[in-house]
Ligand binder design. Structure first.
Ligand code: LP5
Ligand code: MN
Length: 243
């Protein structure tokens, strides 16, 4: 069985969701072969050196719990989200998780999936897409990571506030996937079933692309009291509520 989750936005300020996730790693996830985390595991990731921050052990505790799952024989793959696109090789080495490119094609014996965080499909949000192309550049990231951790944490807090206020003024359609971009994406990936998060609009959509029926599964974000995983049992995908 394969499990998919995304958009947990883990942070020390949200202990309920961290508890749900730790319970999930120690419980439900143990029955899986593989866990795919499709972005925004963390509320904000300022760089892998936060794992050695003596004043804040939150990230290190989460990474240690992922490592225990991997040690128990469950594969873990993590994709970058727009909040944690700076997760790097130190995170991967310490957690035992594999960092996945976005998109990632998952070919299983009985089905073909394409996995993505989902933000790249929100092409109507021009402001966000230009911000995204800036911060995903390797040179920009190297320069940013060279700044002191405290400064990067402060930038992350400021950007989170800016993002929340920017979203209040954005039309709803800007914060969802663009239909044409999504059809092109599905076409380019051989009409595989798409699983993504980011939009916080959990639903299962039916697309008709070139006369072919394609499913798009949107994962739910987690809250202080409830999480969700998608479970593939070899023939069906089902949503499972986690409390
Ligand atoms: O995340 P969410 O759901 O609130 O909204 C996203 C888009 N916002 C973002 C920004 C993140 O929330 C903030 C990430 C902080 C953690 C990063 C770690 C530290 C590195 C920081 C390096 C810069 O992704 C939001 C979308 C929404 O999804 C729906 O799709 O609308 O987009 C925005 O809010 C972007 C604004 O519209 C434009 C922001 C311009 C900011 C310009 C600053 C330039 C960078 C300078 C950095 C020093
Ligand atoms: Mn996101």
């Amino acid at each position: 069985m394969i499990l998919f989750i995304s958009d947990l936005h883990l942070a020390p300020q949200a202990p309920g969701v961290a508890r749900l996730f730790l319970d999930f790693l120690g419980g439900r996830a143990r029955a899986a072969e593989h866990l795919f985390i499709l972005g925004d595991l963390f509320e904000a990731w300022p760089g892998d050196d936060c794992l050695d921050d003596a004043r804040d052990s939150f990230a290190a505790e989460i990474v240690a719990a992922l490592r225990l799952l991997v040690t128990a024989g469950i594969g873990v793959s993590v994709m970058h989200g727009n909040r944690d696109f700076l997760l790097g090789e130190v995170f991967a080495a310490r957690s035992g998780a594999r960092l996945l490119p976005d998109p990632h094609v998952l070919s299983l014996p009985t089905w073909q999936f394409v996995l993505s965080h989902g933000d790249a499909l929100c092409t109507d949000d021009h402001e966000y897409q230009s911000f995204r192309s800036l911060v995903r550049r390797a040179e920009w990231q190297a320069a940013f990571l060279a700044r002191p951790l405290a400064e990067r944490r402060a930038v992350a807090v400021a950007l989170r506030q800016k993002s929340e206020s920017a979203k209040r003024d954005k039309a709803e359609y800007l914060m969802d996937v663009n239909p044409g971009t999504t059809d092109d994406f599905l076409r380019a990936h051989g009409y595989a079933s798409l699983i993504h998060g980011h939009t916080h609009r959990p639903a299962t959509h039916d697309h008709l692309v070139d006369g072919i029926h394609v499913e798009r599964w949107v994962l739910a974000d987690w809250t202080e009291t409830q999480g969700e995983c998608l479970c593939w049992n070899g023939s069906n995908l089902t949503r499972e509520r986690l409390r």
